[in-house]
Design a protein around this ligand. Sequence first.
Ligand code: ZN
Length: 512
Amino acid sequence: MTAQKSVSATPYLELCSILRDAATLGSISALLNWDQETYMPPAGSAARADQQSLMAALVHQRRTDPRVGELLAKVEGDKSLTSDPDSETARNIVEMRREYDLATKLPTDLVAELAKTTSLAQEAWKAAREASDFAQFAPWLERVMALTRRKAECYGVPAGGELYDALLDEYEPGMSAREVEAIFAPLRPRLAGLVAAIATSSKQLDRAVLRKAVPAAQQTEWCMAVLKAIGFDLEAGRLDVTTHPFCSGLAPGDTRLTFRHKTESFLEPLYGVLHEAGHGMYEQGLPKSKHFGEPLADAISLGIHESQSRMWENFVGRSREFWSWAFPIARRTLAPHLDGMDEATMHRAANLVTPSFIRVEADEATYNLHIMLRFGLERGLVSGALPVRDLPGEWNKTFKQFLGLDVPDDRRGCLQDVHWSFGLVGYFPTYTLGNLYAAQFWETINQQIPDLNARMGRGDFAALKQWLNTNIHACGKRWRAAELCRRVTGKALSADPLMRHLEGRLKPLYGI
Ligand code: ZN
């Protein structure tokens, strides 16, 4: 009863309490989802859909409760909470307002229409991809795009901005298409130049070294050894097996990671685990025990979330120092499959760069070109400058220009990603923003922990994890991504650190 008394003590505390309840309901829903992806028997799917739909309604009810609106108006007018705009409470209130507006701005009929259309569009997309026939998906993409434009109009276009900004803002608050463009445009020719130089280099990697049939149990043992060493807290998290790897920071003290075995490439599971563990350590580092349900306990943006996963996957996991430490462990846990292989070969194998058609299989360098392609196209689809019927032609033309390859069919072209069928428009840029933030943070980290390389070579990742906990994770949503970047690195986000990282690592490996 004491808790009840204290929550009603002030409007601010009452607001936090309602949002905490909404987050608790959300965590139950996330647990149902995790179970569905891991252990639920197939016959449970109909009941699970009912459970999920009820949970979604309960969460939405709490978040859009008119009481939240009343309390927000009260706390916004309370100078003792908001007079210092940088204070925790003031920042919390600004982000609570943003989330409330996002949740309440869409009319119910539009939400229902979007849910129904995207669920049918996903089925149409699966069939179209299977048949590699864009024409089957085109009418659905038209419908999704029309609804997406309506959604953006409801959110509202920022002054001087475009419709796309309203969509991007859902995933990367405060970022505009023009800002993304300003960072991507100079990066593209530099990346394309590096990729082209690598492709024509006389030093190429023999890919056969990667093809080893390593049993699943050994892959798990190896991935668990790395997961423990880098500092993912297994008292507050788990690693399980799924078809599509993901991370769910579902509740305070409970972060779930998943990965998949791959018998023909033992590196893929490792990099999957490092990636998800980066997301997972961010979730574990957020101040959830104190602020669960409040923006202060939430991730800043998808871009910042992705910066954490890419940092562990690429900046740490593909470095020479990582392999100095990890290779002997790999040899032991994966024995006898790595017999005859050495550390240098492994490091080269981990840094193979080669243009390919599928984004999710792309390497660290070409990956961003895949994203830039999608960003330009979806921006055109939203503005109407690119009619849906012209998408495949435009995709193939731009792909050739960016990656130098002729797309053979729609399955390996514009039908490969699930995002648009889900109505996820404005999402793609966050992947490359993640790489860019990771690179810029990485330079600062190396200045502040000058012996980081030596530490990694010994398998000592504690200082790195501590730095991320203090400088990124503990902030929650206190700062927007651009502000965090400026505070942490002293500079605005730039393409230079990523180019320096890629050139510094790849040029020596490829002798260019
Ligand atoms: Zn990720």
